[in-house]
Design a protein around this ligand. Sequence first.
Ligand code: AMP
Ligand code: MG
Length: 356
Amino acid sequence: MITKLVQVKGAETRQETKNREAALQEAARILQSGGLVAFPTETVYGLGANGLDEEAAKKIYAAKGRPSDNPLIVHISALEELEPLVSEISDAGRQLAKKFWPGPLTLVFPKSSRVPYGTTGGLKTVAVRMPAEDLARRLIALAKVPVAAPSANRSGRPSPTTALHVWQDMNGKIEMILDGGPVGIGVESTIVDVSGDVPVLLRPGAITLEMLEQAVGHVEVDPAIFKAPGENIRPKAPGMKYRHYAPKAEMTLVEGDLEKVPKAIAQLTEERMAEGLVVGIICTEETKHFYSKGIVRCMGSRSREETIAHNLFAVLREFDDLEVDCIYSESLPCEQLGYAIMNRLQKAAGYRKISV
Ligand code: AMP
Ligand code: MG
């Protein structure tokens, strides 16, 4: 299959607007005929297919190499499109949708009979999101179908935040990639299960736990978020059990007092380099001056965690390209957006950590 890569960013001149519309029309036709299109959302790039077409959903699993029990998030362009997909909307679900849609929040509802089990990984619930990115909503509206779209990476690789990342993973496997430039947020959506009596946070994201609780009161947290999957830990979002976001190198998180962490990482780096290994360091603006050895990459600023979310996956992918042998990463406080970032870092590290 030949994958078509089309630029759709910066539709400022009349010609650019025309080209963008033509590309969106073509992408919508591909979705309607059961094909796959990758497109930007505000969180990460998604790999879209018609969410009501089981055969199309199967193609997503094949292109990603994704286990078939890992359900897909269904994307809609307007609130009216929610009702046909679900059998019930709880008060909390309604309130959260009203407050945070369009935006980086996925809500899990009991599914209606219209949604095939092929889309929900066999579950009786369906995860739905209305993205804030205009281009994504326009594509869904033109396709006139709900668009099932997981992150557009090969399963196990960091999520794509640029069209180039998508190209690296999906070239030759899908019909089209819409290049809307780098995404804004950079980590995947917050997932909240609103199918039961109390809302449950299944995956942290840019809509933080604090924001959710302010909107609907108490929100439970799936204990699987910060634990390695095992006998007693079975995440409610099936995808959370896989070693997502994993760079090829062995990665270790270093936690502790910010006075001590850079010194410890610098020392570990020297030791590994003495063994002949190539070492990558993931740090922040505030600490980068501590490191004189190893391949040092800055995620962003501790005082503006959104910059860290934005760069995180690109840094992990860069270390894959550089073929480092091991990576040491600094940690952040597990609050607000830091909670989502730490969840991704812990998974990338396969829960390997050192406390200093
Ligand atoms: P991705 O699209 O790559 O961000 O992955 C989608 C995430 O949503 C995975 O972690 C899934 O397990 C989760 N998910 C999708 N549908 C459901 C559902 N019905 N119940 C719980 N989690 C879901
Ligand atoms: Mg994913």
